[in-house]
Unconditional design. Sequence first.
Length: 231
Amino acid sequence: MADRRIYAGYYQRYDGKLIYVVSMAKDADSGEDIVIWTPFTYSETHKYFTMSKKSFCEYVVVGGKRQAKFKRQTQMKIRDSTIEDYRAEGFRGPIRKESFRSKNEYDKWYQPHFSTYYEYAKSLCEQHGFLLRKYQLCMAEKDYIGISKEDFRSLKEDLIFLKHCLKTVLQDYEGYFEERFVTGLSIRKYAQAHGLNRGSVDYLQKKFFTALAHELKERDEAQGKKRIRTT
C-alpha cells in the first residue's frame, strides 16, 4: 500500500486518535516520501510530526483483526478557517473538489463517533455549516440524501437544540458562535476583530464547548438517552 495516495485532511489512527495530514514531502537524503501531520486537538497551537509514507500506509493487527494503521475520515469537513491557519504556517492546504453523492449512499458519520460530550459539542459547532446544508438539502428534496433516516432525525434534533441553547442558556456565546462558526472567522481573525490575543479566544472557545457539552449531557439524562459512544 506504499503507492496509496495520501490527501490533506483528517485520518483516524488504529487506536482511535485523530490526526490532520497537512502535506507530503521528500526526504532530502533518501528521496523517501514523508507525511507531515499534526494531532487533532482543541489547542490552536499546532505541533507537527513526520512519518514515512511506508509506515503511514502499513497495516496493524488489533484484537486479531488486520486493519489500516490510518484511515481517512472523509466525513469530517475541513473548515476554511482551518485551511487558512495551516496556510499561514506555510502549508498549501487541500485542493477543493466538488463531490457528488448518490441519494442511496448513506454517510455513517454521526453521533457514535464521539466518546465525550466535549467532542460532541466541538463537532456540532465546527461542522455546523456542513450539517445545516445537509439538513436543508434533505428538507428541500423531501428525501434522505446521503444520510440514513435515523441520522437525519438526530441531526435535526441537534440543530434545533443548539439553536435553542444559543437563544437561552448559552446566549452569552451567541455572537461568538455566529462569527466563528457561521461567518467562518478563524481564531486569529476573531482575535484581531475584537482586540484579543489568540490565547484569550482559545479559552473562550473551550468555555463555550464545555458549556454546550454540559447542556448536551443534561438533555441525554433528561431523555434517558446516550448519544455518545460508551466503549
